[in-house]
Design a protein around this ligand. Structure first.
Ligand code: OSB
Ligand code: MG
Length: 367
């Protein structure tokens, strides 16, 4: 396929309610929606970097600069045989997995649409629906209890609570008192250090399935040390930025559960490598989320159909996050199960009117 055009569109979509984690509070999504056009067929990808680097190092202005000046021109300079080869073209530009992924995802979607197959079938995904849990932002305890009750009632297969130092033991005591048996996890988004071992040992007592990224966002060694001191399994999120980093984490025993976010690891081809490695080692994976719009959410659903994604992911109903999403299809889970959008590619299309309403800037790069 020959890519003729790349469109970079920055949208701002309000959240239903502010989402608070240990690294801050956000009340709207800033997303880079990437469209590639090839022989009259469009494909879509989503950039999940934030305006400022709070989750990892990438940020929107840097991503737009690289997409515009490096990745898009290189992509259009010669034909693409298969989307699996796309990210290898950009190795001369180091890092920046989220920016690369936004464009790579659009190529995968476009390729699948041109071949009239669902994206999941290009990835070897067999399921037609994926198990999902819900990630709850930090809110007062009474509100959190109501929210847990609601999500359990709705059939979500796992509840994840955001925690930080000082906002952990009381919260977990209250939730466990009312829900002793639910599948429960916590996500600290890097807010603890090894010196806080007393608090971490207390968190260890709540029968959690795993603790997600308790320590520094780029760490491996301290997580390996912590893993030896706790019974609860560790799951890494922020620290896993490539297939090599996943191999390193597993080798060091820094985690025993892997959260896969396509943008953090540098694209779908990287996800496939990580998937096969984890399956070979018997390491369970699940698909993380970044509060994506319908474009990124649809990509997550397709990749989570791969057989190694055995634990419920974060790709819950879009209506939990948005009053109105930017896709025509509403991505909604029933009984903790998210159906894979039907049709070619990722199976969703843009709600053009709403996209125009929420567009902050748009530019088109031509071959
Ligand atoms: O750490 O998993 C995370 C959202 C934004 C940034 C980081 C994370 C999250 C979530 C929400 O936990 C997952 C979702 O509902 O998409
Ligand atoms: Mg996380």
């Amino acid at each position: 396929m020959k890519i003729d055009e790349v469109e970079l569109r920055l949208v701002r979509v309000p959240y239903r309610a502010p989402f608070r984690t240990s690294f801050g509070e956000e009340s709207e999504k800033h997303a880079v929606i990437v469209t590639v056009r090839s022989d009259g067929v469009e494909g879509y990808g989503e950039g999940v970097m934030d305006p400022f680097p709070h989750y990892r190092e990438e940020c929107i202005p840097g991503a737009l600069h690289l997409l515009r000046g490096a990745f898009a021109p290189e992509l259009m300079s010669r034909p693409v045989e298969h989307p699996s080869e796309v990210t290898a073209r950009w190795v001369e530009w180091r890092g920046n997995p989220m920016a690369k992924t936004a464009l790579e995802l659009a190529v995968w979607d476009c390729y699948a649409r041109q071949h009239d197959v669902p994206l999941r079938s290009l990835l070897g995904g067999t399921r037609t629906e994926v198990p999902v849990g819900a990630s709850l932002g930090m809110n007062p305890i009474a509100q959190t209890l109501d929210s847990v009750a609601l999500h359990v009632e709705q059939g979500y297969q796992r509840v994840k609570l955001k925690i930080e130092p000082g906002w952990d033991v009381d919260l977990l005591s209250a939730v466990r008192a009312q829900f002793p048996d639910i599948e429960l996890t916590v996500d600290a988004n890097s807010a603890y250090t090894l010196e806080m071992i007393d608090a971490l040992r207390q968190i260890d007592e709540f029968g959690l399935h795993y603790i997600e990224q308790p320590l520094h966002w780029d760490d491996m060694l301290d997580h390996a040390t912590l893993a030896k001191q706790l019974r609860t399994e560790l799951c890494l999120d922020e620290s896993l930025t490539s297939p090599a980093r996943v191999r390193m984490a597993l080798e060091l025993k820094a985690c025993t559960v892997v959260n896969v976010k396509v943008a953090r690891v540098g694209g779908l081809q990287s996800v496939r490598e990580i998937h096969d490695h984890c399956v070979a080692l018997g390491v369970p994976m699940w698909c993380g989320g970044m509060l994506e719009t319908g474009i990124g959410r649809a990509h997550n659903i397709h990749l989570a159909t791969m057989p190694g994604f055995v634990f419920p992911g974060d790709t819950a109903s879009a209506s939990r996050t948005y009053v109105r999403d930017i896709t025509e299809q509403q991505l909604e889970a029933t009984n903790g199960v998210m159906p894979v959008p039907a049709g070619a590619g990722i199976g969703v299309t843009l709600d053009r009117d709403f996209v125009h309403e929420v567009t902050e800037s748009v530019e088109v790069i031509r071959r």
